[in-house]
Design a protein around this ligand. Sequence first.
Ligand code: GDP
Length: 196
Amino acid sequence: PFYQRAHFLSAASRLDHAPADSGREVAFAGRSNAGKSSAINVLCHQNALARTSKTPGRTQQLIFFELDEERRLVDLPGYGFAKVSVSVKREWQQHLAHYLDCRRSLVGLVIVMDIRHPLTDYDRQMLAWGLKGEMPLLLLLTKADKLKRGPARSAQLAVERAVSNHSDRVSVQLFSALERQGVESVQGVLDRWLEV
Ligand code: GDP
């Protein structure tokens, strides 16, 4: 229920510009176009919430959404198709790594992947950074409506196999923002992570 109250809180280009590191927050990562904004919007029952994060100039920032005083969702930069130099990309990466490493209120990481192109280099990097800490990770295979049930299940199994060494901390979920598949399961996971 509290997801419906999600609203834009702030954007930060550096960790020291982020809101106070208290309470709990869950971060969403995903390569550009993976379907991250659509997933956040559907999970929060809002149409335009995560559009905020596509405002030019904000694409490389951490976007904080407040659920209530104690809880936040964070939209992390995707940097997939951005036409920026290698040095700028490296800067974003350091920035992201620093956030994932140092943010005490971060209790879980969702990595949104297009089910047809899972585990890109970006995803593997985020996975590796997430695994360095102790938080649980959820791999969201979105746009599941693009595949038939059998191939979707096979894609899920292949990803599960790829992360089987970390099955105690990493779970894999089929999702579709279009058909609202997996919404309640993901909300259940977030509820547990965000429970104060
Ligand atoms: P982002 O860049 O990761 O935030 O991706 P968006 O949420 O903007 O989605 C990228 C494109 O994929 C858009 O054209 C969406 O309409 C489409 N898309 C997102 N989620 C789904 C889904 O579950 N099913 C289908 N069929 N298309 C989706």
